[in-house]
Design a protein around this ligand. Structure first.
Ligand code: ATP
Length: 779
């Protein structure tokens, strides 16, 4: 049987043929898009010209309204059409640059033909609308490209499994719209191509990996079961990449049922937002909303409290300024033990303890807190607190009406009528006009006065009504503070943190660890505004979430499937050190693991895995060669900086562009940046407010480097004085695993203890002593 397109020449012809087809379609599409755009612009310009606006008579007004509606519908239909065509245009343009990246030849069992399946970022149908030039990488048949080596293979299409044999598996290198090379591959997807891709230098934004998705990553991307999914993946194993390709896959697979607005990505920091933002548009999908958990907390509580950022919480730990009580608080408030305590207290509130605020109007108490308490606790105790509060709210709003009526005779009201504006007078006038036919008013002036007074009262009461609707008559803060009034003989951790919690709450300050429990407490009291529309929540860097935070997220996104991606080795928060880790917590979740690290060279992985806290043997490198990491142990700060500059120069001479100096704290990052500036080295300090990733040298604390990678990394001062706690070990591992090609550790004096346990054959160790600093650098 004749095999199609075997030689490179034949492939080139095929490549050109497809590009020609795309070009023709693009030409047509450009004309169409232009035409529709002109239509839309004309329609917008002439919107009112085609409508006769006549509002004098009721019938005319109705007619005018109908024709306006028709015109608006027509316009929005054209706009929609324009958007669709524009999207098709962008998709075709992308395909024109790289029509396909892979191919499998598949012989279905029982069929004679071997079909070549070309795979690209989108499908391209032939004229007959049945056959394909190119299959979208997410199409069921394309899954075999990622899942099988040549030989027996199968895929699922709708309700059946189709079996057969892959007779050829091929990958292509396309650059600047030209086919440059091809590889026929075996077991994994093109070690050749993957080598090439991974060997490239880092970028300021993340790349998509559709051409080289690995089998174990494909399982994550195409996980379709209803259960939640937990991915434990070692550093650089492609968790974030898999998460983004998964979003693109789900949007394709459930097109028409699932939209980008129904998905939500929780990410670690604003810099990360920008870093990953190009992947989905590159794959032709809309951006999904990205939010940090802190932003979410701020949005919910920021008007009433100052909330500590997670980075400030970490800084307190890293600079050893967190007292024992504070550390206990971090651990305890993250735990499900504390959640159970809160739940217990919430259940108690059904019977007693809810604190209310007086409802006042102009310093006058309309409903006292005692009355509210009495009324609330006379309601059906079997009803949940939030349901009873809704009922109470309706009672208060009704009684407010009586209160308003009584004010009609108040003397001050007349004086304040001038607070009304022209619209109020106009409205009063129109109301009298309307009433004239049905009511027999003797005195217009009197009626007008009455209407105006009513309007004024309504206006004055509006803010109060809104507060009542938002249940602000419940004093949630005070109620929560009461939880900490009494000691608990059986709960030592609770007793330890009680006073501190009360003190901070009274100052309207919420530590990061306190913010979620308080928000949870308040939501259960007042009722959850569940985000029912969100169908999929993705948590990247999931190891940083506490069990309490995860329970909270489960509660507010009740109709959502969750994908958690994290790495136990990269834990940065105290709560992550506990046995009950978020990545082990979800019941009935599917758990998938990624053990191979693609980011770094074999030499870097072999070194950094020696720093990993648990199961280090499971971390496998992808075979890509580079230099061994270097550790410089020096005896002065000056020498440390001197070495940093030397290394930066060396890295630049190797054509590495994205260079980072990773410190433990923000203060150190600042010191290093200042030193470099003083010595005429251009470096950018990255802070928690940095949103854009600038090319060049970056100096940043390790927690801001999460999820991001650099060509070469220098880890600042890895001495034992500096890195010694259990958490420090995780930090050091995280910092070292940010490097793709080169890694240097500089240490002022003796290195951190775990570095001594790393296999010495995996790195070069240099001790440099006695270089004296110039006068200006001696401190
Ligand atoms: N299949 C693949 N093909 C090409 N590149 C890949 C593949 N998998 C991962 N990579 C690359 O490896 C690097 C690390 O990927 P990614 O950031 O997704 O890993 P991660 O597991 O989220 O890392 P970390 O937890 O350390 O932040 C990226 O440069 C990514 O492009």
């Amino acid at each position: 049987m004749e095999r199609k397109y075997q030689s490179f020449e034949a492939e080139k012809e095929r490549f050109t043929e497809i590009k020609d087809v795309i070009k023709q379609r693009l030409t047509k599409l450009v004309k169409r898009v232009k035409r529709i755009r002109t239509d839309v612009l004309d329609l917008r310009k002439e919107f009112f010209e085609d409508v006769t606006v006549n509002l004098t008579e009721m019938d005319d007004a109705i007619e005018t309204q109908a024709s306006l509606k028709q015109q608006a519908e027509f316009l929005s239909e054209r706009e929609r059409h324009h958007d669709q065509q524009d999207q098709a245009f962008r998709q075709l343009s992308r395909l024109y640059e790289q029509p396909f990246f892979g191919r499998i030849d598949f012989k279905e069992t029982g069929e004679e033909e071997i079909e070549p399946i070309y795979i690209g970022t989108a499908s391209l149908l032939k004229k007959n609308e049945e056959d394909f030039y190119i299959y979208d990488w997410r199409a069921p048949i394309a899954s075999m490209y990622y899942d099988y080596p040549p030989g027996k293979a199968a895929y699922h299409a709708i309700d059946e499994t189709i079996e057969g044999e892959i007779t050829l598996k091929r990958q292509y290198v396309v650059k600047h719209g030209e086919l440059k090379a091809m590889f026929d591959t075996g077991l994994t997807i093109g070690d050749g191509l993957l080598q090439q891709v991974l060997g490239e230098t880092a970028d300021t934004t993340m790349k998509n990996i559709v051409a080289t998705i690995q089998q174990e990553q494909n399982k994550i991307i195409r996980h379709e079961k209803k259960q939640d999914l937990i991915v434990q993946g070692v550093a650089g194993s492609g968790k974030t990449s898999a998460a983004l390709q998964r979003i693109a896959y789900l949007l394709y697979r459930y097109r028409g049922e699932l939209t980008a607005e129904q998905m939500l990505l929780f990410s670690p920091n604003p810099l990360f937002h920008t870093y990953v933002s190009s992947v989905l548009p590159e794959l032709g999908e809309d951006q999904v909303e990205q939010v940090t958990f802190y932003n979410y907390l701020e949005q919910q509580l920021g008007r009433r409290f100052v909330i500590e950022t997670p980075f400030d919480q970490l800084e307190a730990l890293l600079t050893d300024s967190a007292s024992d009580v504070r550390q206990e608080n971090m651990r305890y408030k993250a735990s499900l033990d504390f959640k159970r305590k809160v739940d217990c207290y919430l259940s108690d509130l059904k019977k007693r303890g809810l604190a209310f605020r007086n409802i006042r109007f102009r310093d006058h108490v309309i409903v006292s807190k005692q009355e509210l308490t009495r009324h609330f606790y006379r309601m059906d105790p079997n009803e949940p607190v939030h349901v009873r509060l809704m009922q109470l709210r309706d009672v208060i709003l009704a009684s407010l009406k009586d209160e308003q009526k009584q004010l009609m005779d108040a003397d001050w009201l007349e004086d304040e009528l001038e607070l009304l504006d022209l619209d109020d007078y106009q409205a009063a006038y129109e109301q009298i006009e309307r009433e004239q036919d049905t009511m027999d008013w003797f005195n217009h002036a009197e009626r007008e006065q009455q209407i105006l007074k009513l309007r004024l009262i309504n206006k004055l009461f509006k803010p109060l009504r809104q507060k009542i609707k938002r249940l602000q008559f419940v004093d949630t803060k005070r109620t929560y503070v009461r939880l900490f009034d009494q000691e608990d003989l059986h709960d030592e951790a609770f007793n330890k943190v009680r006073h501190e919690t009360q003190k901070q709450l009274s100052e309207s300050f919420l530590t990061y660890e306190d913010a979620t429990p308080f928000l949870y407490f308040e939501k259960v009291c007042l009722g959850f505004d569940e985000h029912g529309a969100i169908r999929h929540v993705i948590l990247d860097e999931a190891q940083d979430y506490s069990l309490f935070q995860l329970a909270y997220l489960k509660k507010i996104y009740p109709n959502s499937q969750m994908t958690l991606l994290g790495d136990v080795h990269q834990t940065l928060y105290l709560h992550g050190l506990s046995e009950d880790h978020v990545l082990r917590s979800l019941e009935n979740a599917d758990v998938l693991t990624l053990n191979k690290s693609y980011r770094a060279t074999e030499q870097l992985v072999n070194f950094s895995k020696g720093l990993a806290k648990e199961d280090a043997y499971k971390i496998l490198p992808f075979v890509r060669q580079g230099e061994k990491p270097a550790i410089y142990e020096v005896d002065s700060k000056y020498m440390m900086f001197h070495k940093i500059v030397e290394e930066l120069n060396r890295f630049r001479s190797l054509a590495y562009e994205q260079l980072a100096i990773i410190t433990k704290t923000k203060q150190e990052a600042q010191t290093v940046t200042e030193w470099l500036h003083n010595h005429e080295v251009d470096a950018h300090l990255v802070t928690s407010e940095t949103h854009e990733f600038e090319p060049g040298i970056k100096v940043l604390p390790v927690y801001l480097a999460k999820g991001i990678e650099f060509d070469a990394v220098i880890v600042y001062d890895t001495s034992s004085l500096h890195y010694h706690t259990e958490l420090d070990q995780y930090l050091l591992y995280t910092a070292c695993t940010r490097a793709m090609h080169a890694l240097t550790l500089v240490s002022h004096q003796k290195v951190a203890p775990w570095l001594n346990n790393v296999d010495p054959s995996t790195y070069q160790h240099h001790k440099i002593m006695e270089i004296h600093a110039p006068k200006k650098d001696q401190d």
